[in-house]
Ligand binder design. Structure first.
Ligand SMILES: [Zn+2]
Length: 525
């Protein structure tokens, strides 16, 4: 629990985050996410806007049955309508019906928005703020005031924006949250205006809600915190309208590791990467490798000098220990890589490989040979690990390919194209023969392979391909060009990547597919 001067984390992934392009949460997704966010340690979780859609009303109905260990659930809505008594306003009634301990109210604080968008008087807007907050406080709700366009409004008419804040403060709001709704403010302005508003209010704590339109979502939120705000609002992975919201993942790591503002236990901080991947998974988003702190590239080293140095002393090219946020060091093995890269990569994957041992030399030789043939192991950790295990004789095949046949029928008359794959394997000493159809030849081959294996290895049902990339290499040779296929797979908990190269795209896909299944079975078998 938080002490009075500590910072509270307010997550709006389920409301502001869901407004991002390409983000869609079902009701079940929202309930699942709310529980995960609670388990992680968010202090507040905004579940949605009951006044805007049926799904959010149903969310709050079902959320009543959930037991939150840590978080307080918030329903989001707006002040009463102009010239309407608050107790007669249907939207406000829905906020109460949501039955949450917290209600977050978006309020106009910019004269421009009051007169041009809301089309009411400045006095009526102040009355709307006062009436709605007092009413909800009287009904036992903790009210969080979200001041829309605070910074733009303040720059336009500082006196009026300040009056809105004072009205909310006097009416009993617990937090007054300064929103950079359009995301166009700079950190220096955020700090200056936050300080000024902090001096104008007497009772409530300040909060900060920022958007990333200038690439400053996190920087602006941290500027607000430095200027005295005690609540930070944002979304996991920065989902949100336009370019997104303040990314809470990045903000939390900075608060705790750089600013010494403790918001979570160390154990929870180490779940940061996990939470980020979980939310991406539910939202069906491809995780960003370059995400600060938690991305797969955040502690990846490629340049020879860096790798050499990191091998001696990790801190030489790393700003924090990656384990603090649940990440780990990675070494990218590329063409430029020498022995140091390969040794370090093996070590970070937990593979024992004695430097200068005959085994290590064999691994190096094999990598060089494959790289000359068009392979790249930089991002294909799983294929790299299999290669090391094979070279060391530690590899037990789970299945052996006898043959496969892939056919494609282009049906120009009925427009129903079909792909079919037939596969023959030896599994556990016995021949297996399966046929499957798919959307395209690779999908059919993948389906046939799983069908052949799933009886003996039912855990394969949890595995799926999340990304498939094809690159033509050495195109100077025209039709004889090779194809490199890169596959990323996931079982919901972790992702792994494999690579295959061949003159034939199906063969290259098969090699990457085979590695992916092999790796999964070796790990989870
Ligand atoms: Zn927002």
């Amino acid at each position: 629990m938080s002490t009075p001067s500590s910072i509270t984390l307010y997550d709006t992934t389920l409301r502001d985050g869901a407004q991002g392009e390409g983000i869609h949460f079902s009701l079940a997704d929202k309930l699942r996410l709310a529980q995960r966010l609670d388990a992680f340690g968010m202090h507040y979780i905004e579940g949605g806007w009951p006044g805007s859609n049926e799904k959010d009303i149903e969310f709050f109905r079902q959320a009543k049955k959930l037991k939150f260990k840590h978080a307080r659930l918030a329903a989001f809505g707006s002040t009463r309508r102009a010239n309407t008594p608050v107790e007669k306003d249907p939207q406000v009634a829905l906020l109460l019906e949501a039955g949450t301990p917290v209600v977050t109210l978006v309020c106009k604080t910019s004269t421009l928005h009051v007169t041009e968008i809301l089309r009411t008087t400045l006095e009526e807007n102040l009355a709307m703020i006062r009436d709605t907050i007092s009413y909800l406080v009287a009904q036992g709700r903790e009210v969080i005031f979200d001041g829309e366009h605070t910074f733009d409004g303040y720059k336009l008419d500082a006196a009026y924006t300040t009056k809105c804040y004072q009205a909310a403060d006097e009416s009993g709001a617990a937090y007054l949250v300064m929103c950079d709704t359009n995301g166009g403010t700079l950190p220096g302005e955020i700090a200056e205006i936050s300080r000024a508003l902090g001096q104008a209010v007497k009772r409530a704590k300040l909060g900060i809600h920022t958007h990333d339109d200038c690439g400053l979502g996190v920087a602006n939120a941290l500027a607000g915190i430095e200027a005295g705000a005690l609540q930070i609002q944002g979304t996991v992975n920065g989902y949100g309208e336009r370019t997104g919201n303040c990314n809470l993942i990045t903000a939390i790591a900075n608060l705790q590791l750089k600013m010494g503002r403790r918001v979570l236990s160390d154990d929870k901080l180490a779940e940061l990467r996990d939470l980020s991947l979980f939310v991406d998974e539910v939202a069906n988003q491809r995780p960003s490798g370059r995400a600060p702190f938690v991305g797969s590239a955040a502690f990846a080293h490629k340049g020879g000098i860096h790798v050499n140095a990191v091998n001696k002393l990790a801190a030489s090219y790393e700003h924090i220990r990656p384990e603090l946020v649940g990440n780990s060091q990675r070494v990218l093995v590329g063409e430029l890589a020498g022995r140091a890269n390969v040794m370090l990569k093996a070590r970070t994957l937990g593979l024992k490989l004695e430097e200068k041992s005959p085994e290590a030399m064999k691994v190096l030789e094999e990598i060089k040979r494959l790289e000359n043939n068009g392979y790249e192991f930089e991002a294909a950790d799983a294929s790299f690990e299999l290669l090391v295990r094979k070279t060391r004789g530690e590899y037990q095949p789970f299945f052996e390919l006898l043959d496969y046949l892939v056919s494609i029928r282009k049906d120009n008359v009925n427009g129903q194209d079909t792909s079919e794959a037939t596969i023959r394997l030896t599994v556990d000493g016995k021949p297996v023969h399966e046929v499957a159809e798919g959307d395209g030849p690779v999908n059919a081959l993948d389906a046939a392979l799983r069908k052949a294996l799933v009886r003996l290895y039912p855990q394969l049902a949890t595995m799926k391909l999340v990304d498939y990339k094809v690159r033509i290499i050495d195109s100077a040779t025209g039709t004889a060009a090779k194809t490199r296929v890169f596959i990323e797979s996931s079982d919901g908990d972790s992702t792994w990547a494999t690579v295959g190269v061949s003159f034939d795209i199906i063969e290259a896909s098969w090699l990457a597919l085979r590695d992916s299944v092999d790796y999964f079975l070796a790990r989870k078998g």
